[in-house]
Write a protein of this length. Structure first.
Ligand code: PRT
Ligand code: ZN
Length: 304
């Protein structure tokens, strides 16, 4: 099915996600774990929601804020870096804000960083005065330079920013970094992060005034449930009552555990929802503290 030509479909919610790229699979997985399923269309630009009246639009990530601004879609999954850049562009043009971050989603993490040639002896932002900085994020860079009261030339590129210093187009760059391997391969080093980014759920500044408000609420509640327990595990074990203080000390990230005595003895059976990583090291420490029969179970859903 193709999207209707007119933007207003007011009884269904439309979410834009990246068609292909770093955020597309995790975005789909998150929405699917919130209970959404779709009928895929042949052109794969529009997926009709089957389990709920929530449809997907598959687009380039850069188009998502504009689609929300134009009312073509209601929500979108996009990098904070893209959202803020386009918000900055609107603000520079004197336009009012129309989209904003609704939720951080915990994947697609990266930093928007200033990077300089390896040979620079970095002293601080003042060193960028009068220099040329290449970026695809001119609005965020401009705002940051203004904040630092540094005047520099912004060289706007559409890609391959990391080779600009080698090509003599710029002295430094401002680009996304995750592992840092790309910078290292280009004899650059990150010296400052101007933004911590990750994928976010973006939506309009104004709340929906129709049935989409309820759909968005439902979706948010389910997504919050999924996000809250993303790294959580259910830990089951037994422990003698007197070992409890030492054992619980090793579970600072756990919700208050459920406990019950085993056959009226001084041994307790416990179950605790733990939010941090349950490594082998941790299990061995728990065993040393007196826990027995430790079992780590995955948690799929939680409704508080
Ligand atoms: O086709 P479309 O326009 O939809 O995709 P795209 O190519 O613009 O986006 P894509 O899929 O590359 O990135 C989508 C989003 O993923 C970005 O907007 C960020 O929010 C997030 N993200 C997370 C990243 C990175 N990590 C990342 N490392 N986006 C880009 N990079 C690039 C970076 O620009 C640099 O070239 O990876 C390189 C650096 O990686 P490291 O690991 O070598 O440091
Ligand atoms: Zn893009």
């Amino acid at each position: 099915m193709s999207p209707p030509a007119t933007p207003a479909v007011r009884d269904r919610l439309r979410i834009a996600i990246q068609k292909s790229g770093r955020l597309s699979e995790p975005a789909r997985a998150l929405l699917a774990s919130a209970g959404l399923s779709w009928r895929e269309s042949r052109d794969r630009l529009f997926c009709y929601g089957e389990s709920l009246p929530v449809d997907l639009l598959l687009v380039r990530d850069d188009d998502i804020p504009g689609l929300i601004a134009d009312g073509v879609c209601d929500l979108g999954v996009v990098g904070r870096n893209v959202l803020l850049e386009q918000a900055g562009e609107r603000s520079e043009a004197g336009l009012p804000p129309v989209f904003r971050e609704w939720r951080a989603l915990g994947f697609g993490g990266c930093r928007l960083s200033i990077a300089v040639p390896d040979g620079w002896d970095w002293q601080g932002p003042a060193q960028l005065a009068g220099k040329r900085i290449a970026t695809t994020y001119p609005n965020q860079l401009r705002a940051w330079l203004r904040q630092q009261q540094v005047e520099a030339d912004i060289v706007v590129l559409s890609g391959s920013v990391e080779i600009a210093p080698r090509l003599g187009q710029a002295d430094a760059i401002c680009d996304l970094v995750s592992s840092g391997a790309t910078l290292a391969a280009n004899q650059l080093k990150p010296v400052l992060d101007i933004l911590q980014s990750e994928a976010v759920l973006a939506g309009p500044v104004q709340p929906f005034g129709d049935v989409r408000a309820e759909l968005a609420d439902l979706l948010l509640r389910r997504m919050d449930g999924v996000l809250r327990i993303r790294d959580s595990k259910l830990l089951l074990f037994q422990a003698p009552r007197e070992a409890l203080p030492q054992v619980l000390q090793l579970l600072p990230d756990a919700e208050p555990p459920t406990m019950c005595p085993v056959d009226g003895s001084e041994t307790l059976a416990l179950q605790a929802l733990c939010h941090g990583a349950m490594t082998w090291q941790r299990l061995e420490d728990l065993k040393r503290a007196g826990a027995r029969g430790l079992m780590v179970l995955p948690v799929e859903r939680m409704l508080a």
